[in-house]
Design a protein around this ligand. Sequence first.
Ligand code: PRP
Ligand code: URA
Length: 209
Amino acid sequence: MGKLIVLNHPLIQHKLTMIRDYKTGTKAFRELVDEVATLMAFEITRDLALKEVEVQTPVAKAKAYEIAGKKLGIVPILRAGLGMVNGVLQLIPAAKVGHVGLYRDPETLKPVEYYVKLPADISERDLIIVDPMLATGGSAAAAITSLKQRGGVNIKLMCLIGAPEGVKEVQKEHPDVDIYLAALDEKLNEHGYIVPGLGDAGDRLFGTK
Ligand code: PRP
Ligand code: URA
């Protein structure tokens, strides 16, 4: 089964509290999501392989390290996932960005796919799917399926807040995918919103309602 990793770094937790606060307006919300995405990217890239290299410093030759192995791809689930892309790119500026467009039908809560555009070489990349919310898990599971159908093999899922139901769904459908969260919340309400959560991530990021 895929691992669930909750990144409870103090800076992540502090900023997440501000993100949750209903008084936080669009500008601050967007900036904070961006910052937390950067902090989470730092943690999620801990297992990147390194290779030994030699570097000439102004003083002497040194044995040093640089990142080896595969290239990276970031895949936001539209639209709220867009809010996490730049934060990740701060640390991994050479990553390619793919997009999967999904919205959750408000009646059935099932994901509806409306757009997919991915780098041609996704099978050669480590892929990080980003979306602030993992609620029923339907959107994340569908996005992972979409990547796999197009050749994606090494996939991680990074969300701000998850519900137990969503974690279970992704682990059931995609046991090969590790899930990284800033917080694991209590439950879903009758509308499929995470409790206590942060409300509607897309609306808060983009100022829509
Ligand atoms: C939100 C969120 C996730 C999805 C999570 O998107 O950004 O993609 O819901 O819910 P689930 O785990 O139950 O599938 P939404 O459908 O509201 O679309 P938006 O990003 O365009 O606002
Ligand atoms: N989508 C959101 O934006 N928020 C939730 O709580 C659940 C799904």
